[in-house]
Design a protein around this ligand. Structure first.
Ligand code: SAM
Ligand code: SF4
Length: 341
């Protein structure tokens, strides 16, 4: 091979700890049609609509991130599919898949609107989605989501699979709520050709419950699961923080997201943008950078690009999440629905 021809180098953003930032999660709305007990309080105050970036502004922001080195983009919320005209943004972002600038465009959703949107998601280039379901018992589903309807979500899963979307089920592990059901959920998900991931509950935002009552360390859950399944660690990665095992009995993959028992910050490759243009460099820290002001200050992207560089330059080493009886206040005051999962 000739060594006088330099291969084109892809743009990269690298933080002070040498981590390349290649993954952007965008919360397109803080609103939701559910009120999951661990995520929100029942009577949430949402942002006034006028404070939201327009879909065009969100597209411009995402495009600058892609030009600077983001290769994976996940839309989340709140519930991303309740944002008005959201498919317009998906379509716009899909153009970066066509050019190859973006490797993947995904979505995390509660599934309630999938029957309506699954085909369009696929048409605009989305291939994988995460759907959050914490229980397959309709009564318990209503209890945990307060406003959700399981049958509608199951119809959404079917519509998504029919449209060609690959699904990963996300379940938050909740002590004395779904812990004993998780083995059946794994069998069910794998039987439907879906991967599944279990998540530790994180102390974000004030809710009505005491989180310690429901907190289930996944180390405990994994030990329980290992009594009935043969779990083998595998190097499979999707760009997110989950560590995967293969379940011999089902032939499927199971992921563990363990921010509490095993923090994964050393390999963190992501930052999070809210629907008001605030950039959080860490899910578990309050420090943030306002990108709305530089976005609106000029038509060119230089100010915005500088503001992003400055923000990445102060990405912290990690979060300080703690859930114990002595720590009554959440680690960060904002709810998960502000920055998305
Ligand atoms: N509404 C969409 C959904 O539920 O998939 C997207 C946003 S939701 C905030 C993203 C993920 O965060 C969901 O899987 C949800 O279960 C999870 N989540 C919400 N609050 C959480 C918390 N306090 N700790 C851990 N996971 C949480
Ligand atoms: Fe809505 Fe998702 Fe939060 Fe549940 S977890 S309240 S579906 S944003």
């Amino acid at each position: 091979m000739r060594d006088d021809i330099a291969l084109p180098t892809l743009p990269t953003m690298t933080d002070p700890f040498g981590r390349d930032i290649t993954y952007l999660r965008v919360s397109v709305t803080d609103r939701c049609d559910f009120r999951c007990t661990y995520c929100m309080s029942e009577h949430m105050t949402f942002l006034p609509k006028k404070d939201l970036l327009t879909l065009e502004e969100l597209d411009r922001l995402c495009t600058v991130f892609i030009e600077k080195g983001v290769r994976r983009l996940r839309l989340t919320g709140g519930e991303p599919l309740v944002r008005k005209n959201i498919m317009h943004l998906v379509e716009q972002l899909g153009r970066h898949l066509k050019t190859g600038a973006l490797e993947e465009l995904t979505l995390t959703t509660n599934g309630s609107q999938l029957t309506k949107h699954a085909k369009d998601l696929y048409r605009h280039g989305v291939r994988r989605i995460n759907v959050s379901i914490d229980t397959l018992d309709a009564g318990k589903f209503k209890q945990v989501t307060r406003w959700g309807d399981l049958s509608r979500v199951l119809d959404g899963l079917k519509a998504a699979q029919d449209a060609g979307l690959k699904i990963k089920l996300n379940a938050v592990a909740l002590k004395d709520f779904n812990d004993t059901e998780i083995p059946d959920m794994i069998r069910w998900a794998h039987g439907q050709d879906m991967d599944m991931t279990v998540i530790e509950t994180m102390p974000m935002g004030e809710i009505e419950e005491d989180r310690t009552d429901r907190y289930l360390p996944l180390s405990e859950l994994r030990a329980d699961l290992a009594r009935q399944f043969t779990l083998t660690d595998i190097p499979y990665k999707t760009g997110g923080p989950a560590r995967y095992v293969e379940v011999a009995e089902t032939g499927g993959r199971l992921g563990f997201i363990t921010p509490m028992t095993h923090n994964f910050c050393e390999s963190c490759n992501r930052v999070r943008l809210t629907c008001t243009g605030t950039l959080y460099m860490c899910l578990g820290q309050d420090d943030a950078a306002d990108l709305r002001e530089p976005l609106r200050a000029s038509e060119g992207n230089e100010l915005l690009s500088d503001a992003i560089d400055k923000a990445i330059g102060r990405k912290p080493k990690g979060h300080d999440f703690v859930i114990d009886r002595g720590t009554k206040r959440p680690a960060v005051s904002r709810h998960m629905s502000v920055t998305g999962g």
